[in-house]
Design a protein around this ligand. Structure first.
Ligand code: GDP
Length: 589
Protein backbone atom coordinates (compact mmCIF):
# COMPACT_ATOMS: atom_id res chain seq x y z
CA UNK A 1 0.00 0.00 0.00
CA UNK A 2 1.47 3.33 -1.05
CA UNK A 3 2.08 5.99 1.53
CA UNK A 4 -0.12 8.46 -0.25
CA UNK A 5 -3.08 8.08 -2.60
CA UNK A 6 -4.00 10.89 -4.92
CA UNK A 7 -6.98 11.14 -7.21
CA UNK A 8 -6.81 12.70 -10.61
CA UNK A 9 -9.31 12.94 -13.45
CA UNK A 10 -8.96 11.65 -16.98
CA UNK A 11 -6.13 14.08 -17.58
CA UNK A 12 -4.22 16.69 -15.63
CA UNK A 13 -1.94 19.60 -16.52
CA UNK A 14 1.75 19.24 -15.82
CA UNK A 15 1.66 22.12 -13.36
CA UNK A 16 -1.34 20.69 -11.48
CA UNK A 17 0.32 17.30 -11.21
CA UNK A 18 3.55 18.83 -9.92
CA UNK A 19 1.55 20.74 -7.34
CA UNK A 20 -0.40 17.65 -6.30
CA UNK A 21 2.81 15.67 -5.95
CA UNK A 22 4.50 18.57 -4.24
CA UNK A 23 7.51 18.49 -6.52
CA UNK A 24 9.02 21.26 -8.67
CA UNK A 25 7.38 21.44 -12.05
CA UNK A 26 10.81 21.36 -13.68
CA UNK A 27 11.49 17.96 -12.12
CA UNK A 28 8.28 16.67 -13.63
CA UNK A 29 9.01 18.17 -17.04
CA UNK A 30 12.49 16.63 -16.87
CA UNK A 31 11.08 13.20 -16.06
CA UNK A 32 8.56 13.46 -18.88
CA UNK A 33 11.39 14.44 -21.20
CA UNK A 34 13.37 11.37 -20.17
CA UNK A 35 10.34 9.35 -21.20
CA UNK A 36 10.23 11.00 -24.58
CA UNK A 37 7.42 13.43 -23.81
CA UNK A 38 8.16 17.06 -24.46
CA UNK A 39 5.62 18.93 -22.35
CA UNK A 40 5.07 22.49 -21.23
CA UNK A 41 3.58 23.27 -17.85
CA UNK A 42 0.13 23.94 -19.32
CA UNK A 43 -0.01 20.76 -21.25
CA UNK A 44 -2.36 18.00 -20.16
CA UNK A 45 -1.07 14.52 -19.71
CA UNK A 46 -3.40 11.60 -19.40
CA UNK A 47 -4.03 9.48 -16.36
CA UNK A 48 -1.87 6.59 -17.54
CA UNK A 49 1.12 8.81 -18.31
CA UNK A 50 0.82 10.37 -14.87
CA UNK A 51 0.85 6.90 -13.34
CA UNK A 52 3.98 5.87 -15.22
CA UNK A 53 5.85 9.07 -14.42
CA UNK A 54 5.10 8.84 -10.72
CA UNK A 55 6.43 5.31 -10.75
CA UNK A 56 9.57 6.40 -12.62
CA UNK A 57 10.11 9.14 -10.08
CA UNK A 58 10.18 6.43 -7.43
CA UNK A 59 7.50 8.15 -5.40
CA UNK A 60 5.45 6.13 -2.96
CA UNK A 61 2.24 7.49 -4.36
CA UNK A 62 -0.71 5.65 -5.79
CA UNK A 63 -2.74 7.44 -8.40
CA UNK A 64 -6.41 6.63 -8.67
CA UNK A 65 -8.90 7.88 -11.17
CA UNK A 66 -11.35 10.51 -10.03
CA UNK A 67 -14.74 10.41 -11.68
CA UNK A 68 -15.63 13.56 -13.55
CA UNK A 69 -17.67 15.92 -11.46
CA UNK A 70 -21.31 15.64 -12.21
CA UNK A 71 -22.82 18.52 -14.11
CA UNK A 72 -25.24 20.46 -11.95
CA UNK A 73 -28.49 18.58 -12.01
CA UNK A 74 -31.07 20.18 -14.17
CA UNK A 75 -33.93 21.63 -12.21
CA UNK A 76 -36.95 19.48 -12.72
CA UNK A 77 -40.19 21.36 -13.01
CA UNK A 78 -43.22 19.66 -11.56
CA UNK A 79 -45.64 19.11 -14.41
CA UNK A 80 -49.39 19.66 -14.23
CA UNK A 81 -51.78 17.59 -16.31
CA UNK A 82 -52.02 20.55 -18.68
CA UNK A 83 -48.37 20.18 -19.68
CA UNK A 84 -47.77 20.14 -23.42
CA UNK A 85 -45.12 18.64 -25.62
CA UNK A 86 -42.00 20.74 -26.01
CA UNK A 87 -39.09 20.67 -28.48
CA UNK A 88 -36.00 18.71 -27.39
CA UNK A 89 -32.96 20.74 -26.37
CA UNK A 90 -29.96 19.33 -28.16
CA UNK A 91 -26.34 20.20 -27.43
CA UNK A 92 -23.75 19.62 -30.11
CA UNK A 93 -20.45 18.71 -28.51
CA UNK A 94 -17.14 17.20 -29.41
CA UNK A 95 -13.48 17.80 -29.94
CA UNK A 96 -12.31 21.07 -31.43
CA UNK A 97 -12.24 21.05 -35.24
CA UNK A 98 -14.33 17.92 -35.50
CA UNK A 99 -16.99 20.00 -37.21
CA UNK A 100 -19.61 21.06 -34.65
CA UNK A 101 -20.01 24.52 -36.11
CA UNK A 102 -19.98 23.27 -39.69
CA UNK A 103 -22.62 20.71 -38.83
CA UNK A 104 -24.89 23.25 -37.18
CA UNK A 105 -24.23 25.57 -40.06
CA UNK A 106 -25.21 22.94 -42.58
CA UNK A 107 -28.35 22.13 -40.61
CA UNK A 108 -29.33 25.77 -40.27
CA UNK A 109 -27.87 26.80 -43.62
CA UNK A 110 -26.49 30.00 -42.15
CA UNK A 111 -22.91 31.10 -42.22
CA UNK A 112 -21.90 31.12 -38.58
CA UNK A 113 -18.59 29.40 -39.23
CA UNK A 114 -17.19 32.50 -40.93
CA UNK A 115 -18.04 34.82 -38.05
CA UNK A 116 -16.18 32.98 -35.35
CA UNK A 117 -13.43 34.97 -33.72
CA UNK A 118 -10.21 33.01 -33.99
CA UNK A 119 -12.08 29.99 -35.27
CA UNK A 120 -13.38 29.04 -31.84
CA UNK A 121 -17.02 29.37 -30.89
CA UNK A 122 -16.94 31.88 -28.07
CA UNK A 123 -20.31 31.44 -26.44
CA UNK A 124 -23.26 29.12 -26.28
CA UNK A 125 -25.48 30.02 -29.14
CA UNK A 126 -28.90 28.57 -29.54
CA UNK A 127 -30.83 27.98 -32.69
CA UNK A 128 -33.96 26.22 -33.81
CA UNK A 129 -34.69 24.09 -36.78
CA UNK A 130 -37.74 22.22 -38.03
CA UNK A 131 -37.85 18.61 -39.12
CA UNK A 132 -41.11 16.89 -40.10
CA UNK A 133 -43.07 19.82 -38.62
CA UNK A 134 -41.36 19.38 -35.31
CA UNK A 135 -39.17 21.96 -33.69
CA UNK A 136 -35.65 21.12 -32.43
CA UNK A 137 -33.62 23.50 -30.27
CA UNK A 138 -29.89 23.29 -30.85
CA UNK A 139 -27.17 24.56 -28.55
CA UNK A 140 -23.77 25.18 -30.03
CA UNK A 141 -21.44 24.76 -27.09
CA UNK A 142 -17.90 26.08 -27.08
CA UNK A 143 -15.50 23.51 -28.39
CA UNK A 144 -12.18 24.61 -27.03
CA UNK A 145 -10.78 22.90 -23.98
CA UNK A 146 -10.68 26.24 -22.18
CA UNK A 147 -14.44 26.32 -22.12
CA UNK A 148 -14.99 23.16 -20.14
CA UNK A 149 -16.87 25.11 -17.51
CA UNK A 150 -19.31 26.50 -20.00
CA UNK A 151 -19.72 23.20 -21.66
CA UNK A 152 -20.77 21.73 -18.37
CA UNK A 153 -23.71 24.11 -18.38
CA UNK A 154 -24.42 23.07 -21.92
CA UNK A 155 -24.82 19.48 -20.87
CA UNK A 156 -26.94 20.31 -17.85
CA UNK A 157 -29.51 22.06 -20.01
CA UNK A 158 -29.72 19.31 -22.47
CA UNK A 159 -32.08 16.49 -23.37
CA UNK A 160 -29.93 15.03 -26.12
CA UNK A 161 -26.20 15.42 -26.72
CA UNK A 162 -24.99 14.99 -30.26
CA UNK A 163 -21.37 13.95 -29.97
CA UNK A 164 -19.49 14.89 -33.09
CA UNK A 165 -16.47 12.72 -33.87
CA UNK A 166 -14.38 13.36 -36.96
CA UNK A 167 -14.01 10.10 -38.84
CA UNK A 168 -10.45 10.99 -39.79
CA UNK A 169 -9.36 11.83 -36.25
CA UNK A 170 -11.24 9.50 -33.92
CA UNK A 171 -11.98 9.84 -30.23
CA UNK A 172 -10.08 12.72 -28.63
CA UNK A 173 -9.99 14.15 -25.05
CA UNK A 174 -12.92 16.49 -25.57
CA UNK A 175 -14.94 13.68 -27.11
CA UNK A 176 -14.43 11.77 -23.87
CA UNK A 177 -15.34 14.85 -21.85
CA UNK A 178 -18.53 15.25 -23.86
CA UNK A 179 -19.46 11.61 -23.21
CA UNK A 180 -18.92 12.11 -19.48
CA UNK A 181 -20.90 15.32 -19.38
CA UNK A 182 -23.76 13.79 -21.30
CA UNK A 183 -23.87 10.86 -18.91
CA UNK A 184 -23.67 12.97 -15.78
CA UNK A 185 -26.45 15.22 -17.10
CA UNK A 186 -28.58 12.18 -17.86
CA UNK A 187 -28.90 13.26 -21.46
CA UNK A 188 -29.43 10.85 -24.35
CA UNK A 189 -26.47 10.41 -26.67
CA UNK A 190 -26.48 10.42 -30.44
CA UNK A 191 -23.09 10.05 -32.14
CA UNK A 192 -22.51 11.96 -35.38
CA UNK A 193 -19.50 10.51 -37.17
CA UNK A 194 -18.55 13.51 -39.29
CA UNK A 195 -16.24 14.13 -42.24
CA UNK A 196 -17.03 10.74 -43.78
CA UNK A 197 -16.43 12.38 -47.17
CA UNK A 198 -12.72 12.51 -46.41
CA UNK A 199 -10.38 9.95 -47.81
CA UNK A 200 -8.77 9.35 -44.44
CA UNK A 201 -12.15 8.66 -42.83
CA UNK A 202 -12.23 5.46 -40.83
CA UNK A 203 -15.74 4.96 -39.51
CA UNK A 204 -15.08 1.43 -38.25
CA UNK A 205 -12.19 2.61 -36.12
CA UNK A 206 -14.32 5.35 -34.51
CA UNK A 207 -17.07 2.84 -33.75
CA UNK A 208 -14.58 0.39 -32.31
CA UNK A 209 -13.05 3.06 -30.10
CA UNK A 210 -16.45 4.14 -28.82
CA UNK A 211 -17.62 0.58 -28.23
CA UNK A 212 -14.56 -0.90 -26.62
CA UNK A 213 -13.40 2.07 -24.58
CA UNK A 214 -16.55 4.03 -23.81
CA UNK A 215 -19.29 1.45 -23.85
CA UNK A 216 -21.15 3.17 -26.68
CA UNK A 217 -22.19 0.25 -28.86
CA UNK A 218 -23.63 0.96 -32.30
CA UNK A 219 -27.05 -0.49 -33.02
CA UNK A 220 -25.79 -2.64 -35.89
CA UNK A 221 -23.48 -4.37 -33.44
CA UNK A 222 -26.40 -5.11 -31.16
CA UNK A 223 -25.91 -2.09 -28.94
CA UNK A 224 -28.28 0.78 -28.30
CA UNK A 225 -26.27 3.83 -29.27
CA UNK A 226 -27.48 5.63 -32.35
CA UNK A 227 -24.58 6.53 -34.64
CA UNK A 228 -25.08 8.43 -37.85
CA UNK A 229 -22.39 8.85 -40.49
CA UNK A 230 -22.57 12.42 -41.72
CA UNK A 231 -20.69 15.03 -43.66
CA UNK A 232 -21.17 18.68 -42.90
CA UNK A 233 -19.40 19.37 -46.18
CA UNK A 234 -21.58 17.38 -48.55
CA UNK A 235 -24.71 17.45 -46.41
CA UNK A 236 -24.84 13.64 -46.26
CA UNK A 237 -27.36 12.22 -43.75
CA UNK A 238 -28.14 15.50 -41.97
CA UNK A 239 -31.88 14.82 -42.13
CA UNK A 240 -31.28 11.35 -40.82
CA UNK A 241 -29.34 12.82 -37.92
CA UNK A 242 -32.29 15.06 -37.02
CA UNK A 243 -34.72 12.12 -37.36
CA UNK A 244 -32.57 10.15 -34.96
CA UNK A 245 -32.42 13.04 -32.51
CA UNK A 246 -36.22 13.24 -32.50
CA UNK A 247 -36.53 9.49 -32.16
CA UNK A 248 -34.20 9.39 -29.17
CA UNK A 249 -35.90 12.43 -27.62
CA UNK A 250 -39.31 10.78 -27.96
CA UNK A 251 -38.32 8.09 -25.49
CA UNK A 252 -38.33 10.83 -22.84
CA UNK A 253 -41.79 12.33 -23.54
CA UNK A 254 -40.56 15.87 -23.16
CA UNK A 255 -43.22 18.16 -21.76
CA UNK A 256 -43.59 21.55 -20.10
CA UNK A 257 -46.32 23.76 -18.69
CA UNK A 258 -47.21 26.98 -20.42
CA UNK A 259 -49.83 28.35 -18.00
CA UNK A 260 -47.16 29.23 -15.44
CA UNK A 261 -44.89 32.27 -15.06
CA UNK A 262 -42.02 31.96 -17.55
CA UNK A 263 -38.76 30.55 -16.25
CA UNK A 264 -35.48 29.44 -17.73
CA UNK A 265 -31.79 30.14 -18.01
CA UNK A 266 -29.49 32.91 -19.12
CA UNK A 267 -27.35 31.50 -21.92
CA UNK A 268 -25.62 34.64 -23.20
CA UNK A 269 -25.27 38.21 -22.05
CA UNK A 270 -23.41 41.22 -23.29
CA UNK A 271 -23.74 44.97 -23.63
CA UNK A 272 -24.32 46.47 -27.03
CA UNK A 273 -23.93 50.05 -28.02
CA UNK A 274 -27.35 51.61 -28.49
CA UNK A 275 -29.25 48.56 -27.25
CA UNK A 276 -27.93 48.22 -23.72
CA UNK A 277 -28.01 44.74 -22.28
CA UNK A 278 -28.58 42.02 -24.83
CA UNK A 279 -29.37 38.77 -23.11
CA UNK A 280 -29.91 35.30 -24.51
CA UNK A 281 -32.46 33.25 -22.59
CA UNK A 282 -33.66 29.73 -22.95
CA UNK A 283 -37.26 29.47 -21.85
CA UNK A 284 -37.91 26.25 -19.95
CA UNK A 285 -41.54 26.69 -19.00
CA UNK A 286 -44.28 29.28 -19.29
CA UNK A 287 -44.47 31.91 -21.98
CA UNK A 288 -42.24 34.96 -22.07
CA UNK A 289 -43.74 38.12 -23.55
CA UNK A 290 -42.68 41.73 -24.11
CA UNK A 291 -43.59 43.85 -21.07
CA UNK A 292 -42.94 41.05 -18.55
CA UNK A 293 -40.84 41.90 -15.49
CA UNK A 294 -37.92 39.52 -15.36
CA UNK A 295 -35.35 38.70 -12.70
CA UNK A 296 -32.07 36.83 -13.17
CA UNK A 297 -29.51 36.69 -10.38
CA UNK A 298 -28.80 40.28 -9.39
CA UNK A 299 -30.28 41.77 -12.56
CA UNK A 300 -33.84 42.73 -13.34
CA UNK A 301 -35.74 44.58 -16.01
CA UNK A 302 -38.75 44.66 -18.26
CA UNK A 303 -38.72 42.77 -21.54
CA UNK A 304 -38.38 45.57 -24.08
CA UNK A 305 -37.78 43.51 -27.18
CA UNK A 306 -38.21 39.77 -27.58
CA UNK A 307 -36.43 38.28 -30.58
CA UNK A 308 -36.09 34.78 -31.92
CA UNK A 309 -32.67 33.30 -32.74
CA UNK A 310 -32.72 34.94 -36.16
CA UNK A 311 -33.46 38.37 -34.68
CA UNK A 312 -37.14 38.46 -35.62
CA UNK A 313 -39.56 40.04 -33.16
CA UNK A 314 -41.79 37.58 -31.28
CA UNK A 315 -45.07 38.07 -29.44
CA UNK A 316 -44.37 35.24 -27.05
CA UNK A 317 -41.84 32.48 -26.51
CA UNK A 318 -42.78 29.12 -25.02
CA UNK A 319 -40.78 26.20 -23.57
CA UNK A 320 -37.45 25.22 -25.17
CA UNK A 321 -37.32 28.46 -27.13
CA UNK A 322 -34.06 30.39 -27.27
CA UNK A 323 -34.66 34.13 -27.37
CA UNK A 324 -32.78 37.37 -27.15
CA UNK A 325 -34.21 40.05 -24.92
CA UNK A 326 -33.30 43.64 -24.23
CA UNK A 327 -34.46 45.52 -21.15
CA UNK A 328 -32.34 44.15 -18.30
CA UNK A 329 -31.00 47.13 -16.34
CA UNK A 330 -27.78 45.27 -15.63
CA UNK A 331 -26.21 42.22 -17.18
CA UNK A 332 -27.24 38.92 -15.61
CA UNK A 333 -24.59 36.21 -15.63
CA UNK A 334 -24.33 33.20 -17.82
CA UNK A 335 -26.03 30.29 -16.11
CA UNK A 336 -28.32 32.44 -13.94
CA UNK A 337 -31.89 31.26 -13.74
CA UNK A 338 -34.45 33.79 -14.84
CA UNK A 339 -38.07 34.06 -13.86
CA UNK A 340 -40.98 36.36 -14.37
CA UNK A 341 -42.53 38.31 -11.51
CA UNK A 342 -45.66 40.44 -11.36
CA UNK A 343 -44.30 43.89 -10.55
CA UNK A 344 -41.14 45.91 -10.90
CA UNK A 345 -40.94 46.20 -7.11
CA UNK A 346 -41.02 42.45 -6.70
CA UNK A 347 -38.25 42.18 -9.32
CA UNK A 348 -36.08 44.73 -7.51
CA UNK A 349 -36.51 43.04 -4.13
CA UNK A 350 -35.57 39.65 -5.58
CA UNK A 351 -32.36 41.03 -7.07
CA UNK A 352 -31.38 42.79 -3.84
CA UNK A 353 -31.64 39.50 -2.01
CA UNK A 354 -29.63 37.72 -4.70
CA UNK A 355 -27.02 40.50 -4.51
CA UNK A 356 -26.47 39.98 -0.80
CA UNK A 357 -26.07 36.25 -1.26
CA UNK A 358 -23.72 36.69 -4.19
CA UNK A 359 -21.47 39.17 -2.41
CA UNK A 360 -21.25 36.77 0.54
CA UNK A 361 -20.10 34.07 -1.83
CA UNK A 362 -17.75 36.42 -3.67
CA UNK A 363 -16.08 37.58 -0.45
CA UNK A 364 -14.30 34.30 -0.18
CA UNK A 365 -13.13 34.21 -3.77
CA UNK A 366 -11.97 37.77 -4.39
CA UNK A 367 -8.31 38.23 -5.00
CA UNK A 368 -6.74 40.34 -2.30
CA UNK A 369 -3.49 42.22 -2.31
CA UNK A 370 -2.11 39.68 0.12
CA UNK A 371 -3.08 36.86 -2.21
CA UNK A 372 -1.36 38.71 -4.96
CA UNK A 373 1.86 39.05 -3.00
CA UNK A 374 1.71 35.43 -1.97
CA UNK A 375 1.06 34.36 -5.51
CA UNK A 376 3.93 36.44 -6.73
CA UNK A 377 6.35 35.22 -4.11
CA UNK A 378 5.38 31.61 -4.72
CA UNK A 379 5.21 31.52 -8.43
CA UNK A 380 7.57 34.19 -9.60
CA UNK A 381 10.75 32.77 -8.24
CA UNK A 382 12.19 33.66 -11.59
CA UNK A 383 11.34 37.32 -10.89
CA UNK A 384 9.56 37.64 -14.12
CA UNK A 385 6.28 39.42 -14.62
CA UNK A 386 4.23 37.57 -17.17
CA UNK A 387 1.47 39.46 -18.90
CA UNK A 388 -1.19 38.92 -21.50
CA UNK A 389 -2.20 41.99 -23.46
CA UNK A 390 -5.54 42.49 -25.16
CA UNK A 391 -6.48 45.64 -27.03
CA UNK A 392 -9.35 46.92 -29.13
CA UNK A 393 -7.47 47.27 -32.41
CA UNK A 394 -4.17 46.10 -33.83
CA UNK A 395 -2.69 49.61 -33.74
CA UNK A 396 -3.20 50.12 -30.03
CA UNK A 397 -2.11 46.55 -29.30
CA UNK A 398 1.20 47.23 -31.02
CA UNK A 399 1.79 50.45 -29.12
CA UNK A 400 0.91 48.88 -25.75
CA UNK A 401 3.30 46.02 -26.42
CA UNK A 402 6.06 48.35 -27.60
CA UNK A 403 5.66 50.56 -24.52
CA UNK A 404 5.65 47.54 -22.20
CA UNK A 405 8.92 46.43 -23.72
CA UNK A 406 10.37 49.79 -22.68
CA UNK A 407 9.20 49.27 -19.08
CA UNK A 408 11.41 46.20 -19.02
CA UNK A 409 14.85 47.67 -18.58
CA UNK A 410 16.48 44.27 -18.35
CA UNK A 411 17.01 44.67 -14.62
CA UNK A 412 16.38 42.27 -11.76
CA UNK A 413 12.78 41.70 -12.80
CA UNK A 414 11.89 41.13 -16.39
CA UNK A 415 8.59 41.42 -18.16
CA UNK A 416 7.45 38.75 -20.54
CA UNK A 417 4.41 38.98 -22.77
CA UNK A 418 3.10 35.44 -23.01
CA UNK A 419 0.09 36.25 -25.10
CA UNK A 420 -1.57 39.11 -26.91
CA UNK A 421 -4.46 39.74 -29.20
CA UNK A 422 -7.20 41.99 -30.42
CA UNK A 423 -10.61 41.69 -28.77
CA UNK A 424 -12.27 41.39 -25.38
CA UNK A 425 -10.77 39.30 -22.60
CA UNK A 426 -11.81 35.71 -23.27
CA UNK A 427 -12.05 32.51 -21.24
CA UNK A 428 -9.03 31.35 -23.13
CA UNK A 429 -6.98 34.27 -21.79
CA UNK A 430 -8.09 33.45 -18.25
CA UNK A 431 -7.15 29.83 -18.65
CA UNK A 432 -3.73 30.75 -19.99
CA UNK A 433 -3.21 33.22 -17.17
CA UNK A 434 -4.44 30.84 -14.48
CA UNK A 435 -1.75 28.37 -15.32
CA UNK A 436 1.04 30.89 -15.43
CA UNK A 437 -0.07 33.30 -12.70
CA UNK A 438 -0.04 36.09 -15.11
CA UNK A 439 -1.63 39.54 -15.17
CA UNK A 440 -3.99 40.26 -18.03
CA UNK A 441 -3.98 43.86 -19.25
CA UNK A 442 -6.91 45.01 -21.33
CA UNK A 443 -6.63 48.25 -23.24
CA UNK A 444 -9.97 49.67 -24.39
CA UNK A 445 -11.56 46.24 -24.21
CA UNK A 446 -14.18 44.65 -22.01
CA UNK A 447 -14.31 41.81 -19.56
CA UNK A 448 -17.55 39.97 -20.35
CA UNK A 449 -19.45 38.85 -17.22
CA UNK A 450 -19.00 35.13 -17.82
CA UNK A 451 -15.26 35.67 -18.20
CA UNK A 452 -15.20 37.87 -15.11
CA UNK A 453 -16.70 35.06 -13.09
CA UNK A 454 -14.08 32.67 -14.40
CA UNK A 455 -11.36 35.16 -13.50
CA UNK A 456 -12.74 35.50 -9.97
CA UNK A 457 -12.94 31.74 -9.61
CA UNK A 458 -9.40 31.17 -10.86
CA UNK A 459 -8.09 34.25 -9.01
CA UNK A 460 -6.72 35.77 -12.18
CA UNK A 461 -5.81 39.44 -12.14
CA UNK A 462 -7.44 41.34 -14.99
CA UNK A 463 -6.71 45.06 -15.26
CA UNK A 464 -8.58 47.21 -17.73
CA UNK A 465 -7.24 50.59 -18.85
CA UNK A 466 -8.23 53.30 -21.25
CA UNK A 467 -5.12 55.42 -20.75
CA UNK A 468 -1.88 53.87 -21.85
CA UNK A 469 0.47 55.43 -19.29
CA UNK A 470 -1.80 54.28 -16.44
CA UNK A 471 -1.45 50.76 -17.78
CA UNK A 472 2.33 51.16 -17.95
CA UNK A 473 2.43 52.55 -14.38
CA UNK A 474 0.52 49.52 -13.22
CA UNK A 475 2.93 47.18 -15.01
CA UNK A 476 5.90 48.99 -13.49
CA UNK A 477 4.36 48.77 -10.02
CA UNK A 478 3.62 45.08 -10.48
CA UNK A 479 7.23 44.50 -11.43
CA UNK A 480 8.34 46.39 -8.33
CA UNK A 481 6.27 44.06 -6.20
CA UNK A 482 8.38 41.25 -7.56
CA UNK A 483 11.62 42.80 -6.42
CA UNK A 484 12.77 41.22 -3.20
CA UNK A 485 12.03 43.85 -0.57
CA UNK A 486 14.99 45.62 0.95
CA UNK A 487 15.70 45.17 4.66
CA UNK A 488 16.39 48.54 6.23
CA UNK A 489 17.76 48.78 9.79
CA UNK A 490 17.88 52.13 11.56
CA UNK A 491 19.99 52.72 14.67
CA UNK A 492 18.04 54.42 17.47
CA UNK A 493 20.26 54.28 20.56
CA UNK A 494 22.87 52.51 22.70
CA UNK A 495 23.02 51.50 26.35
CA UNK A 496 25.53 49.97 28.73
CA UNK A 497 24.25 47.46 31.29
CA UNK A 498 24.84 48.57 34.88
CA UNK A 499 23.06 45.74 36.62
CA UNK A 500 20.95 42.63 35.99
CA UNK A 501 17.99 42.27 38.36
CA UNK A 502 16.43 39.07 37.25
CA UNK A 503 17.07 36.39 34.62
CA UNK A 504 13.96 34.38 33.84
CA UNK A 505 13.26 31.58 31.38
CA UNK A 506 12.58 33.99 28.51
CA UNK A 507 12.92 37.46 30.02
CA UNK A 508 15.72 39.52 31.44
CA UNK A 509 15.13 42.56 33.72
CA UNK A 510 18.12 44.84 33.77
CA UNK A 511 19.17 48.45 34.20
CA UNK A 512 21.68 50.66 32.43
CA UNK A 513 22.72 54.01 31.10
CA UNK A 514 21.71 55.31 27.69
CA UNK A 515 25.00 56.25 26.04
CA UNK A 516 23.62 57.59 22.76
CA UNK A 517 20.29 58.29 21.06
CA UNK A 518 17.29 56.97 22.92
CA UNK A 519 15.63 53.78 24.11
CA UNK A 520 11.95 52.97 23.56
CA UNK A 521 9.74 49.94 24.13
CA UNK A 522 9.23 47.86 20.99
CA UNK A 523 12.74 48.30 19.63
CA UNK A 524 14.98 45.43 18.57
CA UNK A 525 18.24 45.00 20.45
CA UNK A 526 21.63 43.53 19.60
CA UNK A 527 23.25 42.34 22.81
CA UNK A 528 27.05 42.53 22.71
CA UNK A 529 29.50 40.95 25.12
CA UNK A 530 32.80 42.56 24.33
CA UNK A 531 32.92 42.59 20.56
CA UNK A 532 30.76 39.53 20.23
CA UNK A 533 27.02 39.77 19.53
CA UNK A 534 25.44 37.16 21.79
CA UNK A 535 21.77 37.69 20.94
CA UNK A 536 19.12 39.71 19.22
CA UNK A 537 16.19 40.45 21.53
CA UNK A 538 13.30 42.89 21.92
CA UNK A 539 12.56 45.56 24.53
CA UNK A 540 9.05 45.21 25.90
CA UNK A 541 9.10 47.75 28.74
CA UNK A 542 11.23 50.74 29.62
CA UNK A 543 11.17 52.38 33.07
CA UNK A 544 12.62 55.63 34.31
CA UNK A 545 12.67 56.13 38.05
CA UNK A 546 10.37 53.13 38.54
CA UNK A 547 7.75 54.61 36.18
CA UNK A 548 6.87 53.21 32.77
CA UNK A 549 8.45 55.44 30.13
CA UNK A 550 7.83 55.92 26.41
CA UNK A 551 11.39 56.99 25.76
CA UNK A 552 14.58 57.56 27.71
CA UNK A 553 17.36 59.73 26.28
CA UNK A 554 21.16 59.75 26.23
CA UNK A 555 22.71 60.36 29.65
CA UNK A 556 19.79 58.91 31.62
CA UNK A 557 19.55 55.68 33.55
CA UNK A 558 16.64 53.31 32.89
CA UNK A 559 15.23 49.90 33.63
CA UNK A 560 14.49 47.45 30.80
CA UNK A 561 12.43 44.34 30.32
CA UNK A 562 13.93 42.31 27.47
CA UNK A 563 12.11 39.51 25.73
CA UNK A 564 14.89 37.02 25.09
CA UNK A 565 12.85 33.99 24.02
CA UNK A 566 15.29 31.70 25.84
CA UNK A 567 17.40 31.87 28.99
CA UNK A 568 20.04 34.50 28.24
CA UNK A 569 22.94 35.46 30.46
CA UNK A 570 23.45 39.23 30.32
CA UNK A 571 26.17 40.75 32.48
CA UNK A 572 27.17 44.12 33.77
CA UNK A 573 29.18 45.94 31.14
CA UNK A 574 27.40 44.35 28.16
CA UNK A 575 26.49 46.82 25.43
CA UNK A 576 23.01 47.03 23.91
CA UNK A 577 22.31 48.51 20.49
CA UNK A 578 18.70 49.52 19.78
CA UNK A 579 17.33 49.59 16.25
CA UNK A 580 14.28 49.18 14.01
CA UNK A 581 14.03 46.84 11.03
CA UNK A 582 11.67 47.40 8.12
CA UNK A 583 10.96 45.69 4.82
CA UNK A 584 10.85 48.33 2.14
CA UNK A 585 9.41 47.75 -1.30
CA UNK A 586 11.99 48.76 -3.82
CA UNK A 587 11.43 50.76 -6.94
CA UNK A 588 12.76 49.93 -10.36
CA UNK A 589 15.90 51.85 -11.11
P1 GDP B 1 -15.59 22.80 -34.59
O1 GDP B 1 -14.35 23.35 -33.97
O2 GDP B 1 -15.92 21.46 -34.08
O3 GDP B 1 -16.75 23.76 -34.57
O4 GDP B 1 -15.21 22.54 -36.13
P2 GDP B 1 -15.54 23.41 -37.41
O5 GDP B 1 -16.96 23.31 -37.78
O6 GDP B 1 -14.96 24.77 -37.26
O7 GDP B 1 -14.73 22.57 -38.52
C1 GDP B 1 -13.33 22.41 -38.49
C2 GDP B 1 -12.79 22.20 -39.88
O8 GDP B 1 -13.25 20.98 -40.42
C3 GDP B 1 -13.22 23.27 -40.86
O9 GDP B 1 -12.13 23.58 -41.69
C4 GDP B 1 -14.32 22.62 -41.65
O10 GDP B 1 -14.41 23.14 -42.96
C5 GDP B 1 -13.89 21.17 -41.66
N1 GDP B 1 -15.05 20.27 -41.75
C6 GDP B 1 -16.11 20.25 -40.92
N2 GDP B 1 -16.96 19.26 -41.27
C7 GDP B 1 -16.43 18.65 -42.37
C8 GDP B 1 -16.83 17.56 -43.19
O11 GDP B 1 -17.87 16.92 -43.03
N3 GDP B 1 -15.99 17.21 -44.18
C9 GDP B 1 -14.82 17.86 -44.42
N4 GDP B 1 -14.06 17.45 -45.43
N5 GDP B 1 -14.41 18.89 -43.67
C10 GDP B 1 -15.20 19.29 -42.66
Amino acid sequence: MAEKVIHIAESITVSELAETLNIPVTTLIGELFKNGIVATINQRIDFETAQIIVEELGMDVEIQKKEAEAAPARKVHELTDKAVERPPIVAVMGHVDHGKTSLLDAILKTKTVDDEAGGITQHISAYQTVRNNRMITLLDTPGHEAFAALRQHGAALTDVVVIVVAADDGVKPQTVEAIRFARSANAKIVVAINKVDKEAANVQLVKTQLATEYDLNPEEWGGDTVMVEVSAKTGLNLDKLLDMVLLVADIEELKADIDVPAEGLVIESHMEHGRGSVVGLLVEQGELKPGHFMVAGTAYGKVRTLLDFQGKAMKSAGPSTPVTVTGFKELPQFGDEFKIVKTEKEARLATEKAGIERSKAAASTNVTGADMLKMISQKHESQELKVIVKADVQGSLTSVIDSLRLVDTGGEVTLRIIGSGVGNISENDIRLAADESTIIYGFNVELPPAVKRLAARDKVQVRLYKVIYELLDDARHSMELLLAPEVVETEIGKLTIKGVFRTLKDTVIAGGEVTSGKVMPGLLVRVKHGNEQIAEVEVTHVQREQVEAKEVFEGDMCGLSLKTGKKLLIEEGDKLEFFTRELVTRTLS
